[in-house]
Design a binder for this molecule. Structure first.
Ligand SMILES: Cc1ncc(C[n+]2csc(CCOP(=O)(O)OP(=O)(O)O)c2C)c(N)n1
Length: 584
């Protein structure tokens, strides 16, 4: 045993390794991504990025079916994608232990919505464990494999941003434990979910839930901590830490196995305290279950969205909230921006000139929605850009409709939209922004780049051939750093009568090993027209004179601004350039 400082995600990876997991598979998504990125570093585990979460959950199903332990990882919205296999795997059960790790994002630090994955455990009728810190993340991941094999069921481990990304001391075991490979036994009544078998399994599901309920009550995963008996708080996940800090005297029932919910333990806790209250993120979930258990929780004014911090807890219980850090006047807002030299910028610059309706998608390019580019009109979920472009074109808004999607997102769920489009005689345009990586979540490889999670080369999807095979009748590849070629290609794509696919191919600026020399503004020539400012490059700002100013410290010399300047005022900075990037 040793004590190591670990994040929650590192601890989940460690727990899976200690549990003898043979295969880890997932799709990146903040705040879950680092689990697989850490698991791949351990000996004796094979890890794979899947094109999407449904595929990941099914690959893991195959591993379990064939007798080994497996871990699947994803963020909360990924569980929507993986829900189809999960709900029926609850019927079949497992062979090797099957654990699905899902990370929720209360407060939406990096997500398009806020979901409560605890409800998936109830809906799919599978157990869910919920750690509050990295040490528990390790222990509960190990426990989840035991539960999975003991009760023949896939098990969910739910984390949230604070648990996944905060670091704490964790006890690690030098040994791998696991149950070893289990024999594969042909058993159609268990694995072939035709209605006759599924109806039998449906009954088993309820019987198994009953046994899991009994286990939840006595497992030790739900812990009563008695302190002052005037107030008892039922709490789970990251909110437990907030309660301990804000109300250190309060007694606590810390729920670690949220499903099946330990109703008897709640009743036993309620008998020992004068008032019961519930503290949770994205409620009411626990609160309703506590009430169903026959205990009436005291009303607490907790917001039903966002994270529960110690201040939120103190406010909810009518206590003073210590003043936070004083705000510093004059600090500029720093909204997320496309990096200097981002290849997406040239495409959005061109799209803006087309006066098109642009259905967008999720990735770094979602920043194309922000001013000054403001060239994206929707962003819902991964893959929606392509299918929405088709739907919008059916209505015909009187302007060209263009779906814009990244390479990873296209492989995730854009391809099926393109197939729908051509199959149904669509006429829209799809632009695939192929920056050779999944940039938004930290540069994971994907089927388009062909780079696997271990860094080894895998098969690289040929996007042109794929677009043709899907039925697109116009397919072209363009270098998005060539601004006029990009604009010309886009014009041709939207004028095409049929489905057109434009592949804008250039690596992410952060993947470039070296940048070119920076550029600078020749003040004599600059007409202060603002054309370069409209690119939304963080390296370009306006000087007090109204003329452009380029910050040589962050300019990577991509040349996009040089191309949009009609006055030839943007020139190589060279050595004759001061620190602000101003040409002398
Ligand atoms: C269903 C689902 N899974 C995962 C995510 C997390 N996520 C957001 S954007 C993104 C991929 C972006 O990669 P790409 O499309 O290549 O665009 P880039 O960021 O490289 O521009 C991922 C995985 C999500 N939002 N939804």
């Amino acid at each position: 045993m040793a004590r190591v400082l670990m994040s929650g995600n590192e601890a989940v990876a460690r727990g899976a390794w200690e549990a003898g997991v043979a295969v880890g598979v997932g799709y990146p998504g903040t705040p879950s991504t680092e689990v697989l990125e850490n698991l791949v570093r351990y000996e004796g585990v094979r890890c794979e990025w899947a094109p999407n979460e449904k595929v990941a959950a099914e690959v893991a199903a195959g591993v379990s079916f064939a007798g080994e332990r497996t871990l699947v990882t994803m963020k909360h919205v990924g569980l929507n994608v993986a829900a189809d296999p999960l709900f029926t795997l609850a019927y079949t059960g497992v062979n090797g232990g099957y654990v699905l790790f899902v990370a929720d994002d209360p407060g939406m630090h990096s997500s398009q919505n806020e979901q409560d994955s605890r409800r998936y455990a109830v809906a799919a009728k599978v157990p869910m464990l919920e750690p509050s810190d990295p040490a528990e993340a390790l222990e509960m991941t190990r426990a989840a494999f035991e539960i999975s094999e003991r009760f023949d069921v896939p098990v969910l481990v739910r984390s949230t941003t604070r648990v996944s990304h905060s670091k704490a001391a964790v006890e690690v075991d030098g040994e791998r434990h696991g149950s070893g490979p289990r024999p594969y036994v042909k058993d159609p009544a268990k694995w072939v979910m035709v209605p006759a078998n599924a109806r039998r399994k449906r009954v088993d599901l309820e019987e198994r839930l009953g046994r899991l309920s009994a286990y939840s009550e006595q497992s030790g995963l739900n812990r009563i901590e008695m302190r002052d008996r005037s107030l008892g708080i039922v709490v789970d996940g990251a909110a437990y830490r907030a309660v301990r800090e804000a109300l250190p005297e309060a007694s606590v029932l810390k729920v670690g196995m949220v499903h099946p919910f330990p109703a008897q333990t709640v009743r036993a806790f309620a008998e020992q305290v004068e008032t019961v209250a519930v503290v949770e993120e994205i409620g009411p979930f626990l609160r309703d279950l506590v009430a169903l258990a026959g205990v009436t929780p005291a009303p607490v004014d907790l917001p039903q969205w966002g994270e529960v911090t110690p201040s939120v807890v103190r406010r909810a219980f009518g206590l003073d909230v210590p003043e936070g850090r004083p705000s510093v006047d004059g600090l500029p807002d720093r909204p997320p921006l496309m990096c200097p030299g981002c290849p997406h910028r040239g495409v959005f610059w061109a799209l803006k000139r087309l006066n098109a309706v642009i259905t967008g998608d999720i990735g770094c390019y979602t920043l194309g929605a922000a001013p000054p580019l403001a060239a994206m009109d929707s962003c819902i979920c991964m893959g929606a850009s392509v299918s929405m472009a088709h739907g919008a074109a059916l209505v015909g808004p009187g302007r060209p409709v263009v779906g814009v999607i990244g390479d990873s997102t296209f492989a995730h769920s854009g391809i099926a939209g393109l197939v729908h489009m051509t199959y149904n005689g669509g006429t829209g345009t799809v632009v695939v922004l192929d920056n050779r990586t999944t940039a938004m979540t930290g540069h994971q490889g994907n089927p388009v780049s062909g780079v696997t999670i271990s860094g080894a080369p895998g098969h690289e999807l040929d996007l042109e051939a794929l677009a043709h095979a899907c039925g697109a009748s116009w397919v072209q590849v363009v270098d998005p750093f060539d601004m006029s070629a990009t604009l010309d290609a886009l014009k041709a794509a939207v004028e095409h009568q049929g489905v057109s696919v434009l592949i804008a191919k250039a690596p992410c600026a952060l993947l470039q090993k070296s940048s070119k020399d920076p550029v600078a503004v020749d003040e004599e020539l600059c007409a202060a027209c603002g054309a370069c400012i409209q690119l939304g490059c963080p390296a370009i700002s306006r000087a007090d004179s109204g003329k452009a100013l380029i910050d040589a410290m962050i300019c990577v010399g991509c040349g996009q601004c040089v191309q949009v300047c009609r006055f030839g005022a943007i020139v190589p900075a060279g050595p004759a350039c001061d620190v602000g990037g101003r040409a002398r």
